[in-house]
Write a protein that binds this ligand. Structure first.
Ligand SMILES: Cc1cc2nc3c(=O)[nH]c(=O)nc-3n(C[C@H](O)[C@H](O)[C@H](O)COP(=O)(O)OP(=O)(O)OC[C@H]3O[C@@H](n4cnc5c(N)ncnc54)[C@H](O)[C@@H]3O)c2cc1C
Length: 442
């Protein structure tokens, strides 16, 4: 019997892939929902673009057909000596292999009032339901923490005409991740949204509550009082591992795993947001709380569990997100600050919200990574370039093959090369290599 705790993208991917190779009984347990849903789509339910059922990629009969049992329950403890789980309803369940895919939870930093009513993060189905009822008819909200989930929450609230005050501790948006110019582009974009008040270098001191323990405002560290009827806590997420710690499995910030995703306990694996590598894969972080990472870990662990152990080797980093209307993708290793020996080339359109931030090695000219905003570039192409150690010049002259967006093809490419030529005193011209024409674009 294989048991998976967590029915998010990582747990469900593991189950589906194990079933392709094995007939062993599989049970997925989740306390959040019976059926897998797309966490990244939760915001669209609140915004009225889809119903919750639309976020479920598989019909209920899928699970029966694939002989994957679903259990809507909470696991309280893992007995790693006897390979047994204890559930909150008093039942226990034996396992031969156990996969921990318990995800994350929103950070709380001990603020006064953080557990009051109308104060919450935005992570789970229950958070969505709570947000729906807590924000019904309200006028003003405060969001704490300047990351991707905070932006989503702001976008959600603005669609209901709720005024949003967004407190960001740093002096710019997502400055721990984005280089200065990139962050500035997003800040400029955010400043255009009516009803959104960005407050940089401002921190939460405490949440004020009434006699019913409901949020009625906040105090900032600079002493300002902001009246509001809802407080969103979006200052990052942490691995959801409290009960795993109590079970004696080795943890740090997350559940410690080796490159085969094995934990310190026999027959127990961890994947997705909750896993932390003892030794991170070079160029990658020890914990990566993103969709693609969870999906890939689910695929890898399925191979190990079905008898073909495979090391986790995710290749080059990539990610994508949206800041209101501006789409963002990143491929390779672009940090907030250049490392020693690195150089950058930033193309920014004069009037449109389009920015491409290339990073490369100064001496060897090796392309290291790109952040792109306002246009879409193909993952497959950038992955090839990164795998083949392409130079910045090769990337630029062939850029059109990475283009996802026909508008970009005709409009910006020549201008990008021109700017590069001017800045670096080169004379590059546009090219399209033959090897590319053989590749299938997915
Ligand atoms: C609002 C939002 C937007 C996002 N947008 C993006 C995006 O655009 N791009 C991107 O790459 N990533 C995004 N992410 C992150 C991405 O969704 C996560 O990295 C991913 O969903 C994590 O998947 P997982 O399978 O590791 O865990 P989860 O999806 O968190 O699943 C874990 C499940 O385990 C259950 N569980 C935990 N403990 C127990 C227990 N003791 N007993 C029973 N069940 C338990 C939990 O309730 C949960 O259902 C977003 C996240 C959020 C919250």
């Amino acid at each position: 019997m294989i048991i998976i705790i967590g029915n998010g993208i990582s747990g469900v991917t593991a189950a589906r892939n194990i079933r392709k190779k094995s007939d062993e009984a599989i049970t997925i347990i989740s306390s959040e929902s019976k059926y897998f849903f797309s966490r990244t789509a939760l915001m669209y339910v609140y915004m009225g673009h889809m119903t919750f059922e639309h976020t479920e990629p598989y019909e209920p009969h899928f699970w029966k057909k694939n002989r994957i049992d679903l259990l809507h329950a909470r696991v309280n403890l893992i007995d790693t000596t006897n390979n047994k789980l204890k559930l909150s309803n008093g039942n226990s369940l034996p396992y031969d292999s156990l996969i921990l895919a318990t995800g994350s939870k929103p950070n709380k930093f001990g603020w006064k009032g953080q557990d009051a009513k109308r104060v919450q993060g935005m992570y789970s189905k229950q958070d969505l339901e709570n947000m729906e009822s807590s924000t019904n008819g309200i006028e003003r909200a405060v969001i704490i923490g300047g990351g991707l989930i905070g932006i989503e929450m702001a976008e959600m609230l603005l669609t209901r005409n709720i005024e949003v005050h967004f407190l960001v501790r740093e002096n710019g948006f997502w400055t721990g991740v984005l280089p200065k110019q990139d962050s500035q582009l997003i800040m400029d974009h955010l400043s255009k949204h009516h009803g959104l008040h960005m407050r940089y270098q401002e921190e939460l001191d405490e949440i004020l509550t009434n006699e019913n323990d409901e949020a009625i405002g906040i105090l900032t560290k600079s002493g300002e009082k902001i009246d509001c009827q809802f407080v969103g806590l979006t200052a990052g997420v942490s691995p959801n591992i409290a009960f795993i710690k109590e079970s004696g499995i080795e943890t740090n910030r997350g559940i410690l795993v080796d490159r085969y995703l094995r934990t310190s306990a026999k027959d127990v694996y961890a994947i997705g947001d909750c896993a932390e590598f003892r030794e991170p894969v070079p160029g990658r972080r020890p914990i990566e709380q993103v969709w693609y990472t969870g999906k890939f870990m689910g695929e890898i662990v399925s191979e190990t569990i079905t008898g073909s152990p495979r090391e986790y080797n995710p290749g080059h980093w990539f990610n994508s997100a949206k800041f209101f209307e501006v789409e963002y993708q990143t491929y390779g290793d672009v940090r907030a600050k250049l490392s020693e020996g690195q150089e950058e080339f930033v193309y920014q359109h004069a009037t449109e919200e389009i920015l491409l931030h290339f990073v490369f090695e100064k001496e060897s000219r090796k392309f290291i990574g790109i952040n792109n905003f306002g246009i879409r570039l193909r993952h497959q192409v950038f992955n090839e370039w990164l795998l083949n150690d392409a130079s910045i010049e090769e990337v630029l002259i062939d850029l059109k093959i990475a283009n996802f967006d026909p508008e970009f093809y005709t409009k910006y490419e020549a201008e990008i090369i021109d700017q590069f030529n001017t800045q670096f005193n080169t004379s590059l011209t546009i090219n399209a290599p033959k090897w590319w024409q053989k590749l299938t674009i997915s």
